[in-house]
Design a protein around this ligand. Structure first.
Ligand code: CO
Length: 134
């Protein structure tokens, strides 16, 4: 069901610094920052030849990653994003197998303008999983 690894997301305390680290120290191509108020995050994407790294910082007081950053002040890996061809079919199949879909279970538009869903980390080896319809 899952296809390519779309991105690995890392929460960072200082987005500008993280972007410079990836651009100048690691020599990668980085995007401009994009605010996603619906998700409570600001993102910068690091473009690699086989996948992307999503650098995230909290946006707004209700940000879902604020607690994560408080618990991991230096930052840390936050989620993996896998591509699926049909997100509603994927959700229904996962629910049938007992997996928990976060929020109200309805896909929302993610950082790439495509529908996304998140799966409970306790159901997937302790990793938060994002599904993106590709
Ligand atoms: Co993501």
């Amino acid at each position: 069901m899952i296809g390519k690894l779309n991105h690995v997301a890392i929460v960072v305390p200082d987005l500008d610094r993280a972007a410079l680290l990836y651009r100048d120290t690691l020599g990668a191509t980085v995007s401009a920052p994009v605010d996603l108020p619906d998700h409570g995050v600001t993102t910068i994407f690091v473009i690699l030849s086989n996948t992307k790294i999503e650098l995230l910082r909290p946006l707004g007081v209700e940000s879902p990653i604020a607690k994560f950053l408080a618990a991991n002040p230096a930052g840390g890996m936050h989620h993996l994003c896998y591509e699926v061809p049909d997100i509603v079919a994927a959700r229904d199949r996962l629910r049938q197998d007992g997996a928990r879909v976060l929020g109200d279970g309805e896909p929302r538009i993610g950082a790439h303008g495509k529908p996304v869903l998140f799966l409970h980390p306790k159901d997937f080896c302790g990793t938060l999983i994002e599904l993106e319809q590709a």
